[in-house]
Structures are given as C-alpha cells and as structure tokens.
Design a protein around this ligand. Structure first.
Ligand code: GCW
Length: 680
C-alpha cells in the first residue's frame, strides 16, 4: 500500500474534529470532486442544511477579493463557523485543500488566495514500457503492467502487451491527482518528451481512449492533461511523405488529429514538444524555424483552446571538444532569441532555468527576461538527475526560490533586487503576450515505489514545487514546515526540527561535495550519479571544465572567452564579465581562474574545493547520527528508507571528496592547508 504522502485521511479527519460540511454550487466536475473528497476521502458528514454546517463551501457569483476562477476566500461567518467561497468549482477545490492544509499546519485564518503562476505543471518523462527516463522511484504510475513494479528490469517482460501499455492503476492515479491538486498543480504531461516508438501513437486510437480515462479523472481535480508529441508524426502515423510544418497536408493532419483528441477529451491541455534537440525530429530538418513548427501545432490546437509547449532545450549535441569556438551555454539564445515575437499566442516556450542542463548551480537562462514578447514557462527538474538520484537527500527549494527571486536586470530596472517588476517570477507571470499561458513546469520525481519518490524526503521537493508555483512569496523553511506538519502529523517538535535541519542544509551540502563553484558536469556520464571528474571532458555534449595544472573553469567573458556573457542585459553582463564581481558560486561557470585565485570568502579556489569536499561527508555523517534520533518517531518504513539512503549518500560523498580532491591535488601538488588526507 503506497504511503499517502502529505494527505493522510485519518490524520486530517482527527485534526478536523467534528466538522460538518455544507456544499453549494453548480454540479461541475470540480464541485462534484469536492463533494467526493469530503464523503469518500475524508468520510466526513456533509449536510444539506447550511445552518447545521461548521464549514460552508460555496460557489458564488462574486467573492470579495477573488478575481480568478482559481481563487478562493476562507473566512469566519459566525460562532467559529467558516466559509470557503469561490467563483468556480476549481477555486472551491483549491480552497478546500487550503483549508485542510491550514488545519493540519495550525494556521487557519482569514485569507484570500489566487495563484501567482497560471501554468503550474508537472512533466513526466514516463515511457510506455513502464520505465522512466531519469526516474529514481520505480516504474511509471501511468504505463507498465499492474504487477511489474517489483522488477527493476522491465525487459524481463518481453511479452508485455503492446496494445495496452497503460498500467490502469486508477486508485494510484486518483491519489496522485489529489496530491497534485492539493498543492495547486493544474497541468500534467503524461509521457516523456523524447517520444519514440509506440509512444508516438498516444495521440491516436486505440491509446487515446485510454488517455481519456486518465484525463477525465485529472480534469475532476482541475488538472489538464498534456501529451508530448513526436514532430514527425505526420510521416510516422499519418503516412505522409513529409512532416514539413508549411505543408498543407501536414497542417491538415495535425488539425484532424487535434479535432479527434478534443472530441474525446474536451479539457485536453495540448502538446509538449522537444524538437530538433538531442536527435529528435523538428522543423529545422525542413529548413523551417522553431516558430514555424510551434505555430503550425498552435493553429491545430487553437480552435479548442489548447496550447503548445515548445522546449527551448536545443543545442548541438555532437560537439567536438577540440573546437573552442562553440559554447553550449549560448545555444538556447542563439536558437530562439531572434524568434521573439513570432510565436503564436497559444504557444509557450519552455526554458530550463539555466543555460546548460539542471546542474547543481547555473546562472539564470538569459532567455528568461530576454524573450520579451513570448510566453515563457520556466522549467525545473524535481527528479534528481544531477542532484543525487533521490538517494542523496537534497531539498532543492532554497535554490529554486533564489532563482525565481533573481533580478533579471532587464529594461534598465533599478539595482534594487526587490524590484518586483524585473524579478524572474514577475517577468514570467506578467510579460508574455498571453499570460494565461505562462508559468512554471518541472520534471516529476514520482514512480510506483511505495513512498512514491524513492527517498521519502524527496517528497518535499514535489510538494514544494507546487507550493512555490502557487505562492511565489513562500520561503523554503515555511514550505518545509508545511510539508513536515502534514507528512509527520504525529511527530514531536524535536523530530520535526531534526528533519527540517537535514532538509534545509541538504542542498548546500550536496552542491559542496559535487562539482565546485558552478563548473558542473563532473558526474559519471550517462547515469549522472557519482563522480567522474573528466567523464564528460572529451565528450560530444559541450560540457567541459578545462582544468589544467594552472587553473580551472570556462571563460565565457566577452573580452577573452566565448562571449556568452553578452546574452545578459548590460548591468548583469558587467557583473559576470568581471572576475571580481562574479559571485563565488558561479565563478568557474564564467571564468577560467588559477587555483590560487581568492574568492570573496577569502579562500583560494583550491582550498575552497578541498574544504567543501571534506565538509560533505562530515555533514552526511551528522545526518546519519541525527536521523538515529528519529527512530520510532516516524513510520518505520520511512525511518528505514532514509537510513538506508543516508548510508548510500555517505559512500557517494566520500567518493566525490576523494576523487575531486585528488584530481585537483594531482593538478596542483598543493596540499590541504589543514593537512587532511588527500590520496596522492
Ligand atoms: O539532460 C537531459 C537529460 C535527458 C532529457 C533531456 C531533456 C528527456 O539527461 O534525459 O531527456 O535533458 O531535457 O530533454
């Protein structure tokens, strides 16, 4: 039986006490869902008489302060009785979960709430064989055989039924949809953006009918279902001789395909597209632009209100390390900047937060802020591809929140970092041509594992992503506290404090013992777990650190380097151009410096590397010790799971420490100032 994550019906019921609910509103899918949540999920009394109720849920024509169908107001009416009011069933649903959260976290108060980001999306990289690209928590919750999750090697089922790749575990999917709706997620893409083989057929029958069942369920939770598509579908599925986006037959094929999808799934969200990227087909094969490709799909979806989410993760993945003229970091800008303003209103460009690829530390992708006339969705990765595979504990909210608070410094905005108008979160929410089609998306970290996320503590990132999308002002500690209170409702303050401390320090610890100072990619190639300092150094992916006996880092300045810095607005570019004003944590991303170079911290680069790599395993040992103190305080399965992962994490941190320290010691022959062991 899968753990309920942060919504535990028994605990919620106990906390709600003698609540009697009353529900008034049109019987749309969301209102019906609220009714079912009360009656079936919480098993609480629902009365037909408003006077008998202690909590009233009402869909009203107007609600003071509420302007969006997603918004709600919670307020006292009389004698401790509460009302949750909304103008739409969707807002009512969010208000219901907000009320539950408030009760569980002891924060019930009067409030009016509306989401800060319009699109709050989870992207699954799930494959129809049940495996998940970059998944670390078992098989897909959507695809695969009902009984297959015990086998990590899906190839053990050569006879898998390819006519029905769906797992069909609707109890699991309902729990998942509930969890997502409770944190405000309103869009989910079911399948991997690398759409290969039979996955291409998800948009047509017979698979489409199966998608319909999932989409209907999700719709009742206010979640729109998206599918990732293969750009070459007209050729591969439609039997056409081309997939050229300017070809009339191709356009007609997409229009008919969209019509057929919407006949089945009126609330279908649209398509997610990875095109001309890492070997996937796209419009450039036909000499067309990304805008041609995206707009052609936009045209097919527009009559139905659907949107195209076009990914900006496009770069030359066949680079030659000998060629120093190319810099992968420049690729997204070079591919997309000139298309700004050319995308249709119902197209959003999905841009990874950094210019490379979800590393532990990257600067902001300059397209965010740089694309002024394009709807932008900022992409995060909850699944811990480069962040420890949900083996190493890594609560990443502190870093995500720093990113969305970053001042893009566009449009000559003041140097005041609080200038909301040029902050990332504000740019995304307010600057696209159609702000309904902007927001945040993140790659899912869930699977069929009992605890959903491999490491139970990794649930906090999923929870935190949703909360961050809804309310851009929350801080990492508040989010952690919310998650802890709901996930461990019976734990003592001391236990909560221990886990909170692990969570809040974990991201810095992980960053510290992996690739230093923003240089990135010292991971084992392919799997991306564990150290391999030179693993990607001579590879084709454009991921180099250029360490030699004198120094390390990538010169991306205009003066002497790749010129990437010039993609930023002048004020930001000036900061990164100068080695002295570049923040320490990004130093090696922007500059190639000597090992003796002094950081703002006062340490040399080399000593910093030694120190953070010695500190990593020590911190993990500290986690292991303090985790011992929560034995008996959290469910045994959680205790064992985290204890086992921490032991693995220690091995990993030690491997990183020794390989990275030895690498730099061999380069420099300079010992650690504190005489700690570095293997020669
Ligand atoms: O970093 C890469 C990942 C791929 C992923 C790709 C992408 C889905 O290693 O696994 O493919 O990013 O974002 O498209």
């Amino acid at each position: 039986m899968a753990d309920a994550m942060w919504l535990k019906a028994d605990s919620i019921r106990a906390a709600l006490g003698e609540t009697v609910w009353y529900l008034e509103g049109d019987e749309d899918a969301r209102t019906i869902r609220v009714r079912r949540e009360i009656v079936e999920f919480l098993r609480q009394p629902l009365t037909g008489n408003a006077d008998e109720a202690t909590v009233l849920l009402r869909v009203l024509q107007t609600v003071p302060g509420v302007t969006s169908p997603q918004g709600y107001r919670i307020h006292d009416i009389s004698n401790g009785r509460k009302a949750i009011d909304a103008c739409d069933g969707t807002g009512l649903l969010y208000g219901f979960y907000a009320y539950v959260r408030a009760v569980m976290t002891g924060t019930v108060c009067e409030c009016v709430a509306e989401p800060d980001q319009q699109i709050r999306m989870i992207d699954h990289w799930d494959q129809i064989d049940g495996s998940i690209e970059r998944g670390y928590a078992g098989e897909s919750i959507f695809f695969g055989r009902m009984d297959s999750n015990d086998h990590s090697d899906f190839r053990a089922f050569p006879e898998r039924d390819t006519t029905n790749p769906f797992r069909g575990d609707f109890a699991r999917l309902e729990s998942y949809a509930r969890l997502m709706a409770s944190i405000g997620i309103n869009a989910v893409c079911l399948n991997n953006v690398n759409v290969r083989g039979d996955a291409t057929r998800l948009i047509v029958e017979p698979f489409l009918s199966k998608v319909t069942h999932i989409a209907d369920l999700f719709d009742s939770f206010g979640i729109r279902t998206f599918l990732a598509i293969n750009f070459a579908s007209p050729k591969r599925l439609g039997g056409l001789s081309t997939s050229d986006p300017c070809n009339q037959q191709v356009r007609a094929w997409w229009a008919q395909t969209a019509d057929a999808i919407y006949r089945q799934i009126p609330a279908f969200g649209g398509f997610v597209v990875k095109a001309d990227s890492e070997g996937e087909p796209g419009p450039m094969q036909y000499g067309r632009t990304h805008a041609d490709g995206a707009n052609m799909l936009g045209e097919a979806l527009a009559p139905h209100g659907g949107i195209v989410i076009w990914r900006a993760f496009v770069y030359n993945s066949q680079q030659d390390w000998r060629d120093r003229s190319t810099d992968r970091a420049k690729a997204a800008w070079n591919n997309f900047k000139e298309l700004d303003g050319l995308f249709a209103d119902n197209v959003a460009l999905q841009v990874k937060f950094g210019p490379m690829d979800f590393q532990t530390r990257e600067p902001l992708n300059p397209l965010i802020g740089g694309m002024k006339h394009t709807n932008i969705i900022m992409e995060f990765e909850i699944t811990a591809e480069y962040l420890g595979h949900q083996i190493d504990v890594n609560y990443v909210l502190p870093q995500w929140l720093t990113m969305i608070d970053t001042d893009t410094m566009i449009d000559g905005a003041s140097t005041d970092n609080d200038d909301a108008s040029s902050q990332v979160k504000s740019i995304i929410a307010h600057r696209g041509p159609n702000t309904c089609h902007t927001g945040f998306a993140a790659v899912s970290n869930v699977g069929m594992d009992d605890n959903w996320t491999g490491n139970a503590l990794a649930q906090a990132n999923l929870y935190g992503f949703g909360r961050m999308c809804w309310d851009n002002t929350l801080n990492a500690e508040t989010i952690a506290n919310e998650w802890l209170a709901q996930t461990f409702p019976d734990a003592s303050e001391k236990t909560i404090g221990i886990i909170r401390n692990i969570l809040l320090t974990s991201n810095a610890v992980y960053e510290g013992y992996t690739a230093p100072l923003g240089v990135g990619f010292m991971v084992t190639p392919g799997v991306h777990y564990g150290p391999s300092v030179n693993g990607y150094e001579y590879d084709r992916w454009g991921t180099y650190h250029f360490a030699d006996r004198d120094g390390v880092g990538v010169d991306r300045t205009q003066a002497t380097g790749s010129g990437y810095v010039a993609q930023y607005p002048p004020r930001q570019a000036a900061i990164y151009e100068d080695v002295n004003s570049t923040p320490d944590e990004l130093l090696l991303f922007f500059h190639h410096v000597g090992y003796e170079h002094r950081l703002h911290s006062g340490k040399t680069v080399l000593q910093h590397i030694y120190d953070t790599h010695f500190a990593g395993p020590e911190a993990v040992q500290g986690y292991i010790k303090s985790w011992e103190n929560v034995r008996g305080q959290v469910p045994e399965a959680v205790f064992d799971n985290v204890a086992q992962r921490l032991a693995q994490q220690l091995d990993n941190a030690v491997a990183w420490r020794d390989q990275v320290n030895t690498f730099f010691y061999r380069m420099t022959k300079v010992p650690d100032e504190h005489g700690r062991t570095i293997y020669p």
